[in-house]
Design a protein around this ligand. Structure first.
Ligand SMILES: [Zn+2]
Ligand SMILES: [Zn+2]
Length: 109
């Protein structure tokens, strides 16, 4: 068991020397981490499933980036947690939906 233990410490790399970090930096880092929390897109995909609400095409983890979240009322800030303002549309149906005069919102989501 001896000897092979070293060299497997890569998981520890998050621990940086404390002396170089101020409280401000720690807070800043936490905020950056929060920015990577699930977005409304992730929530909508979870609630409505990986399927296009229009053409019923199904997606999986390998191609779910082709699925976008459409805001039914067109308001990006209206994000009820029950998903009632979201609709999962594939990029084609989403494009179609917005080609009727609404602004494309999928570029920012
Ligand atoms: Zn579709
Ligand atoms: Zn949309």
């Amino acid at each position: 068991m001896s000897g092979s233990y070293k060299g497997r410490h890569k998981l520890q790399r998050l621990q940086k020397p404390q002396s170089t970090r101020s409280a401000d930096e720690v807070v800043k880092e936490l905020k950056q981490k929060q920015a990577h929390l699930p977005t409304y897109r992730e929530q909508s995909l979870k609630i409505h499933g990986l399927i296009c609400a229009k053409c019923a095409r199904e997606f999986d983890l390998t191609n779910k980036h082709l699925l976008t979240v459409h805001h039914k009322d067109g308001n990006h800030h209206n994000n009820p947690s029950d998903g009632s303002n979201w609709e999962n549309l594939c990029i084609y149906c989403h494009d179609d939906e917005h080609s009727r005069g609404l602004l494309g919102d999928y570029l920012t989501s």
